[in-house]
Design a protein around this ligand. Sequence first.
Ligand code: BGC
Length: 351
Amino acid sequence: MKRFVLVVLALMMVVSYSFAQKNVLVGVAMPTQSLQRWNQDGANLKAKLEAKGYKVVLQYANNDVNTQLQQLENMITQGAKVLVIASIDGSVLSDVLKEAKSLNVQVIAYDRLIMNTPNVDYYATFDNFKVGQIQGSYIESTLGLKQGKGPYNIELFAGSPDDNNALFFFNGAMSVLQPYIDSGKLVVPSGQKNFTTIAIQSWDSGKAQARMDNLITANYAQNKKLDVVLSPNDSIAIGIIASLKNNGYGTASKPYPILTGQDCDKPNVKAIISGQQSMSVFKDTRDLAAQVVDMVDAIMSGRTVPVNDTKTYNNGVKVVPSYLCTPVFADKSNYKKILIDSGYYKESDIQ
Ligand code: BGC
């Protein structure tokens, strides 16, 4: 009899848990639809959360900080129990997150860390330092720097200064490149090397194009050779390619320089295939979404939330427990395997 009661009680708990889950609303705030990766992130998260029985409100904010703030307010008003936020400006969410905390809403920073607030509970991202290291190591090995080759001319770009990731990418790349700059095997003819000078607000392709135009005009007249451009991501690489094209690069006498990227956006995979961009860093957004869904599930069921880094990501107030997924090198030689065979893209997407 006692055993029967226990079994019935356990069953009731399981039923009420899955019923509760069905009624749990999760708010997903994404920065913009203009960049392919965020569309993929949003769609993956929504599908995976719904498959687990959660209700989802997914919103994109057109890279506008106030729009994102308003969307978060609305999600809280609608009764979201968890917010998953890919912030536009990581340092302006303190007030809205204070409100969230007062209502016991749990907050997961998605891909980009949310800064200067105690009210962010977890962070799920890729190993951002490693992304930069992959880009730097690619430049190192392609130029044969380890073997003492050089000097080569390089120009440096960094991502948006309001995105905490941007400095991680830059530091990762410079951890490989700086010794060669110091020894003179890599030369930066513009002299522009510090993060704030080379950062591109909002990761904007047009702004990257304009900066590349200026660099070429001021430093690469009289056929001075540009060997490498460090681009932190694909949207910036797109602007750089446009500038290079307009300035006559891409011919036998003036070949495209080595150019890095990140995200494996479709236009950039095409550019890699056609030789305008050299490589990208693939961050499988399906993995990140799966990880976040697991975090949400753990939070809602009182399980220990899975994290694998409790040291690296200090947001100015606290170290946020993080889960770091692994970024992967991608170029012409392996894109088929990692992008097509894995089902991430169809062949027709990138032709
Ligand atoms: C992401 C990159 C992306 C960039 C621009 C960064 O926070 O980690 O994957 O390219 O934002 O959207």
